[in-house]
Write a protein that binds this ligand. Sequence first.
Ligand code: M6P
Ligand code: ZN
Length: 192
Amino acid sequence: MKSLQLNVFPCVPPQVDLLTGRFDAENLQYKSTCIRDLVGIFRDESARQLLPDSLEVYRVEILVSPQQEGELLAGTTHLMPGKVGDEFFMTRGHFHQRREQAEFYFGLRGCGILLLQPEAAPAYSELVFAGSVHHIPSFTAHRLVNTGNDILSALAVWPAMAGHDYQALQPEGFSLRVYDREDGVFLEAANV
Ligand code: M6P
Ligand code: ZN
């Protein structure tokens, strides 16, 4: 390959390690979500209370962009392996405040399930693995579940003004839940 001979030097852009989803960039924001932050999210609340409050369930790193109409954000969720009782660790999950705004997730590491809950249709799910691509349509809540033994990392790209609406999912939550049972991973209706 020829070496670069330039009179004007291009900027070095931020980088992402596609094996882990970790960014190498100047402007990053981090958000950590621990067991103490997930009251009422898992089916077995007493099992949640038995785990250490400060146990980290997932962390998100976001490449900062301007918060303005038309802009996009990119971030990676790193969801730990683990369970609350027999229910796999998962993200809180959300609708967008701007319901019409969609999102993409890209599976990078580990394995799991993406739960998708449209406002006006039954919930469905997709397998997440390194290389999987997920279009999250408008008007659809989304949540990642880690069903493996490794960290599940997924890169997300979404509109900067989409916002997060966590309240709309309370108190019922998603209508599908994912459990670790003797004979495998079980995706079940939440009210069973
Ligand atoms: C992805 C994106 C973020 C989201 C994060 C964690 O990185 O969808 O917008 O904040 O996952 O999900 P939650 O907000 O449901 O905790
Ligand atoms: Zn989203």
